[in-house]
Write a protein that binds this ligand. Structure first.
Ligand code: ZN
Length: 199
């Protein structure tokens, strides 16, 4: 696993270049104590704006076929090029979590799903994300190859290609799904399948 350092601002180093300047007045932000705040914050010395940096929500689904298989995508983009993951993406500002789950799954797989139960909610602090994974029934649509995917195909619970899964949060979500639908199957320890990138 890559070493992600948390620099000034209490944020991962990779995020720091994106939060250098005040989004209200353009001044350089300072990191330090702020009256009334319980931890050090990025704040603007000119206008007083406090820049709160919080994780973003990534909405994903485990699309399930009539035969109880999960549909995964072989990724056509970095991070995780050529590895497998469930469909998903960042929640947009004007949609609900379930709307995002339907939209992202349709965009990335061509499949219309109906999100059901939440399989799990996974924090990945070094990537500054929280990933939600819905179990989702496939309602209609045709599998398609998109700009972001090389292939979409179903896997039975005992066929999950654990060593070729792109993200740690995907390993954890698939682990929890398999444990739920096939508690008899042996499972990998998610912490032994660590990825160096992304979520
Ligand atoms: Zn400012």
């Amino acid at each position: 696993m890559s070493e992600v350092r948390f620099g000034p601002g209490g944020i991962p180093d990779w995020l720091e270049p994106m939060v250098r300047f005040c989004s209200r007045c353009g001044s350089r932000l300072n990191f330090g104590p702020i009256e009334g705040e319980e931890r050090d914050r990025l704040a603007c010395p000119s206008c007083g704006f406090i820049f709160y940096v919080n994780p973003r929500l990534v909405v994903t689904t485990l699309p399930i076929t009539d035969r109880g298989e999960v549909m995964l995508i072989r990724r056509g983009i970095e991070p995780g090029y050529n590895m497998w993951a469930q469909p998903g993406g960042f929640l947009e500002i004007d949609e609900t979590v379930r709307e995002a789950a339907v939209r992202e799954t349709l965009e990335e797989t061509g499949l219309l799903v109906e999100p059901g139960e939440i399989v799990g909610l996974y924090s990945r602090v070094t990537a500054a994300v929280v990933v939600i994974a819905f179990e989702a029934r496939i309602v209609s649509g045709e599998r398609l190859v998109t700009r972001e995917s090389l292939e979409t195909r179903p896997f039975a619970p005992d066929e999950i290609p654990w060593q070729l899964i792109a993200f740690e949060t995907s390993v954890r979500a698939l682990h929890d799904w398999v444990a739920r639908v096939r508690p008899d199957l042996p499972l990998p320890n998610p912490s032994t399948i660590r990825r160096d990138f992304g979520a």
